[in-house]
Design a protein around this ligand. Structure first.
Ligand code: AMP
Ligand code: MG
Length: 406
C-alpha cells in the first residue's frame, strides 16, 4: 500500500506527452499549442483610422479651436476596405471611417465630433497632433514577432489571434484516446429495466463524461462480466487506445480478475492499493507506452480516483502546464469525525464570504453514495492521522472548476 502522493508521483512519471497533430483552428480550443507561432505579417497590416472623422495634415490644424477653427477642403470619402488613390496635401482633408487606410500625405485623424461639414469644406475645431487617432501598422503584432509560444493553452482569445494571423490549421498535442471498461456481473445497461440483484452501469457514464470534460477522446467498451475470458477480450480491445480505464474488479474478491488479466497480458504493475478512502484498491499498470488505470468499482471511488489521478495524467499527456485543480485553504463549518488510518477525500460544498472559503460535507460520505459527489463543489483533503476536526479547523480543498448553485 502506498500513500496518495506517491501514487500520483508514479503516475505522472510514467505519463508521457502526446505526439503532435495538425487540426483546424476551431478544433484546437482547449488544447495546447505544439509550435511557436511567428507572425508573417504586421497587424494591423497598414496605418488606419481609429475613428470616424477626417484625415488631415496635422500642421494645418495648428492653433485651431472652437472659436478659431481651421477650414479644409474635403476631396474624398474613405470607407473601410478602400485604399485612397488620391494624396493629401496642405489645405485638404478626406472623410475617413474607422479601419480605413490613412491616405498618403495625411498624418492624423480628427474625429467627427470635433468638426462641422458644410458643402465642400470642413471646419476643424481642435488641434490634431501628428499620429492622433492613427493605428500604426504592426502596433498590435509586428512581422516576425513570436506571438504565441509552444505550450500555450488555446482559449477563445488565442483562437482570435491565430485567425488574425491567417492560421487556419495549427499543431497541438494530440488528445489521448481513452478506453473505458466497466466490469461486474451485477451490471446492466442504463436503458434496461432493473432486475433483482442488478444495478445500472453508471461508472461508464461518469468516466466518459470526465474524459470528455478534460478534452480527451473516450471509447466506452461496455460491460465485461466477471470472467477471465470476457475481461481479457475487452481489455485487449481497450489496449488499442492510449489509455485504458477499468472500473471494478481490482479488490480482493474471488471474481476480481482485472489484475490477473493484466498480468497475463504482460502489463507491468506499478502499484496496487493506495492508503486512501475512498479508492483504496486502485491499481496502475504500464504496458509499453499504454497506461492502464484500474479504478475500484464503487461509484464515488471511481469518480474521485479519476479526478485526483487520471485527470492530471491526461492533462500532462495533452501538454498542459497546470495539471491540478486550484487548491485553497478553507474553514470547516462543522465538527468532523471519522476513523483515522488512511487519507480521506471528503466531498464538500464551498461557500465564499469576505474573501474566506468555508466548507461543509455534502452529506453521507460512503463510497457508494454518488450523490455526495454530484453535490460537491470541492474535495477536502483530510490527512491519514486525523480522526477529529473541530468546526473552524483549516483544511486543504481542491476546488471544482466552477461553483454551482444547488
Ligand atoms: P468492485 O470494485 O468490482 O468490487 O465493485 C464494488 C461495487 O461498486 C459493486 O458492488 C457495485 O455496487 C459498484 N459498481 C461496480 N461497477 C460499477 C459500475 N460500472 N457502475 C455502478 N456501480 C458499480
Ligand atoms: Mg466487481
Amino acid at each position: 500500500m502506498i500513500e496518495p502522493e506517491e501514487a500520483l508521483k508514479i503516475i505522472l512519471e510514467e505519463t508521457k506527452i502526446q505526439p503532435v497533430e495538425e487540426v483546424n483552428l476551431l478544433d484546437s480550443l482547449g488544447y495546447v499549442l505544439a509550435e511557436n507561432i511567428i507572425s508573417e505579417v504586421d497587424i494591423p497590416p497598414f496605418d488606419n483610422s481609429a475613428m470616424d472623422g477626417y484625415a488631415v495634415c496635422s500642421v494645418d490644424t495648428s492653433g485651431a479651436s472652437k472659436d478659431k477653427p481651421c477650414e479644409l477642403k474635403v476631396i474624398g470619402d474613405l470607407p473601410a476596405g478602400i485604399v485612397s488613390k488620391i494624396k493629401i496635401s496642405s489645405g485638404l482633408a478626406m472623410r475617413i471611417m474607422t479601419g480605413a487606410p490613412i491616405p498618403q500625405g495625411a498624418d492624423a485623424v480628427v474625429k467627427k465630433e470635433d468638426t462641422d461639414l458644410s458643402g465642400q469644406n470642413v471646419k476643424i475645431f481642435c488641434e490634431a497632433k501628428e499620429g492622433e487617432n492613427v493605428r500604426r501598422a504592426g502596433e498590435d503584432i509586428a512581422k516576425a514577432e513570436k506571438v504565441l509560444l509552444k505550450g500555450t493553452q488555446i482559449k477563445p482569445a488565442q483562437v482570435g489571434l491565430l485567425a488574425s494571423l491567417g492560421k487556419a490549421k495549427i499543431y497541438i498535442y494530440k488528445p489521448p484516446t481513452v478506453a473505458i471498461l466497466s466490469t461486474g456481473d451485477e451490471l446492466i445497461e442504463i436503458d434496461e429495466p432493473l432486475q433483482p440483484g442488478k444495478i445500472r452501469n453508471s461508472n461508464t457514464y461518469t468516466l466518459t463524461a470526465q474524459v470528455l470534460s478534460v478534452g480527451a477522446k473516450p471509447f466506452p467498451l461496455g460491460i465485461a462480466s466477471d470472467t477471465f475470458e470476457a475481461t481479457e477480450r475487452l481489455i485487449k480491445q481497450g489496449l488499442n487506445s492510449d489509455v485504458l480505464i477499468t472500473t471494478g474488479g481490482v479488490s480482493m474478491g474471488e471474481y476480481d480478475v482485472v489484475k490477473e488479466v493484466s498480468a497475463k497480458l504482460g502489463a507491468e504493475l506499478k502499484f496496487w492499493k493506495v492508503a486512501q478512502k475512498p479508492g483504496m484498491p486502485m491499481a496502475f499498470w504500464k504496458l509499453g507506452e499504454k497506461l492502464i488505470f484500474g479504478l475500484p468499482g464503487n461509484p464515488v471511488a471511481t469518480a474521485l480516483c479519476f479526478e485526483e489521478y487520471v485527470r492530471p495524467s491526461l492533462l500532462k499527456m495533452m501538454g498542459r502546464k497546470f495539471l491540478f485543480r486550484p487548491e485553497v485553504e478553507a474553514i470547516l463549518e462543522h465538527d468532523f469525525k471519522r476513523k483515522a488510518g488512511r487519507a480521506f477525500f471528503a466531498r464538500v460544498k464551498v461557500r465564499v464570504e469576505d474573501g474566506k472559503c468555508y466548507v461543509s460535507v455534502t452529506g453521507p460520505q460512503g463510497s457508494g453514495i454518488l450523490k455526495s459527489m454530484a453535490l460537491a463543489e470541492g474535495i477536502a483533503l483530510i490527512s491519514k492521522e486525523v480522526s477529529f476536526l473541530e468546526a473552524g479547523s483549516k483544511v486543504k480543498v481542491h476546488l471544482a472548476e466552477e461553483k454551482e448553485d444547488h
